[in-house]
Design a protein around this ligand. Structure first.
Ligand code: MG
Length: 172
């Protein structure tokens, strides 16, 4: 490992330690509190964002030098989110259709499309089943898994066919 890489890793250590320090302050005194000896530096909220920003920058620099890779990081983030959801630390994320079903979340949908989505929640159920299967496979056999996912994909296709046929009938 060359000098530059080692230097960046050292900076990452330092900046992570600074995040730990400010998080400790926030847990003890809250986000609005500030150091009475250095009020010009801002409150804990500001310092928190500064230190997290410092860490993000070092992470970007490590990526630029090829020491970190977005794909691997993103995969891990997805995995970790699921673990936190399972542990009840964070609420389970809504599917895209569930999200769009909520008032105010569908500004780009015309009313008739909105009705169309509302009429048929089966698509949503199928996509939830697929998501569940991807996150918690019921079988470790890749062949069985593939068959299951293909069946679900076929079910979605069938639903879309039925709906487009009924739309065509409406047009006629
Ligand atoms: Mg810093």
């Amino acid at each position: 490992m060359n000098e530059k890489d080692l230097e960046l890793l050292g900076l990452l250590q330092e900046e992570c330690a600074e995040v730990i320090q400010i998080v400790s302050k926030i847990r003890r005194f809250g986000l609005d509190s500030y150091n009475p000896y250095e009020p010009e530096k801002g409150n804990n909220q500001t310092l928190f964002e500064h230190e997290v920003g410092d860490v993000f920058l070092i992470i970007d620099l490590l990526k630029e030098r090829g020491l970190l890779h977005d794909d691997a990081i993103n995969d891990r983030m997805i995995w970790k989110r699921v673990k936190l959801e399972e542990g009840g630390i964070i609420p389970k994320r809504k599917s895209m259709v569930e999200f769009l079903m909520e008032p105010g979340n569908n500004p780009f949908l015309e009313d008739d499309v909105w009705d169309w989505i509302e009429r048929d929640r089966r698509l949503n159920n199928i996509s939830c089943d697929i998501k569940e299967e991807l996150q918690h496979p019921t079988t470790s056999d890749p062949d069985n898994r593939r068959k299951y996912l293909l069946r679900q994909a076929a079910a979605i296709y069938a639903e879309l066919e039925t709906l487009s046929e009924s739309e065509k009938e409406n047009e006629d």
